[in-house]
Design a protein around this ligand. Structure first.
Ligand SMILES: [Zn+2]
Length: 377
């Protein structure tokens, strides 16, 4: 399923084959929280900007509209008219970060919906059932993303429970994939490494979950408040202990610079809300760094957001016009910004893949980072 095409240092150029098509890695997954990318971006748009994988949130789809309805409508692929791979998160992160008044027990977590306050219980089995109803290509195991900072003792207990939850997630998915009316009977499960910034807990956990021989592994619980250096340090010690013949996914990371550094440490999958969220706030990612289109200096700037960019915004519209739309709070302004940013990220990953194939990754990384620093618009 995962084929390692070539390596350049620790950076990996790979290919993952799924029932919904092939994923060329390293890849950036585009985050569509409730089955849509915020900013009025359609699945047709995603096809046009080179999106390979769409990521949706289990928790959000469960509390609003509901996974049972989506199953009735033929699953998330059919519901949102997207036939390429979809990854669903386990809901764990949202349960621990968004939901009110929660109680963690061995069975799972009781919490209140952030929409209407009603009580919900979610454990590994419930999370797998919801993801199975959605019929995503890749499902994530139910885990606890422990708060930062956590004490060593808290982290040990949390990671041990996450390991037990992983085994329960596996067993439940095996059961669900064997049922006749399951939408995607070839749904894949990724396990998640946790351990915060404790190197020995991370390593020990990586070794334990590697034995389960899952189709892929994620590193969770980073980019939650620790420094970039701490995050890179954790990747340096953890990645070598995960199976090298499986894809490795760094959850919720990050800036273009974070991605460049993490690819160099052997990471294959990424996702982050930055391109969409920052786009909606007027921030555009470019080869010369981030620019804020709300700045007055772009008021009469006739150039596209980024010269030479092939995205739907840059091919046709000026900075001045996009700025005007943002100022006027027109939906089109948000849409153009998000399209540009996602195109930028998708295109960055294509450049990364090419650089690895050509054996010049570290050079490419240095040049790209220098471009951000120089800031020559
Ligand atoms: Zn553009």
């Amino acid at each position: 399923m995962y084929e390692l095409i070539c390596r350049d240092g620790l950076a990996r150029r790979g290919r993952m084959t799924t029932v919904h098509g092939v994923i060329e890695t390293p890849v950036f997954m585009n985050v569509g929280t409730v089955g849509a990318i915020k900013g009025a971006v359609s699945t047709e748009d995603l096809e046009n900007i080179g999106t390979q994988v769409e990521l949706s949130n289990t928790y959000h789809l469960h509390v609003r509209t509901g996974d049972r309805l989506i199953k009735e409508m033929g699953g998330l692929h059919r519901f949102m008219s997207w036939n390429k791979p979809i990854l669903t998160d386990s809901g764990g992160f949202q349960v621990f970060s968004l939901a009110g008044l929660r109680k963690i027990k061995e069975e799972g977590v009781s919490f209140q919906s952030h929409i209407d306050g009603h009580k919900i219980f979610m454990g590994p089995e419930e999370s797998m059932q919801i993801q199975s109803n959605l019929g995503s290509t890749i499902a994530m195991a139910f885990d606890e993303c422990a708060p930062y900072p956590s004490t060593r003792e808290y982290m040990m207990n949390s990671v041990n429970r996450t390991t037990r939850w992983l085994v329960r997630s596996m067993n439940e998915m095996t059961r669900l994939n064997a049922l006749e009316d399951t939408i995607n009977r070839e749904q894949l499960l990724f396990g998640i490494n946790q351990g915060g910034v404790f190197e020995d807990i991370r390593i020990d956990h990586a070794k334990r979950i590697s034995e389960l021989d899952l189709p892929g592994y994620a590193i969770g619980g980073l980019a939650v408040g620790e420094s970039h250096e701490q995050m890179y340090g954790i990747l340096d010690v953890t990645v070598p202990h995960l199976p090298q013949d499986k894809p490795i996914y760094l959850m919720g990371v990050g800036t273009p610079a974070n991605i460049l550094e993490s690819v160099e440490r052997g990471v294959d999958f990424f996702d982050c809300v930055y391109p969409t969220r920052n786009g909606r706030h007027g921030h555009a990612y470019t080869a010369f760094g981030k620019l804020n289109l709300l700045n007055a200096k772009y008021e009469k700037d006739d150039r596209p957001i980024e010269e030479g960019c092939g995205c739907p915004a840059c091919k046709r519209y000026s900075r001045a016009y996009v700025r005007h739309l943002l100022k006027a709070k027109e939906m089109l302004g948000l849409r153009l910004m998000v399209l540009h940013n996602l195109y930028y990220y998708n295109n960055l990953m294509a450049d990364i893949r090419k650089a690895i194939e050509e054996g010049r990754y570290s050079e490419f990384k240095k040049e790209t980072l220098a471009g951000f620093e120089a800031g020559n618009e």
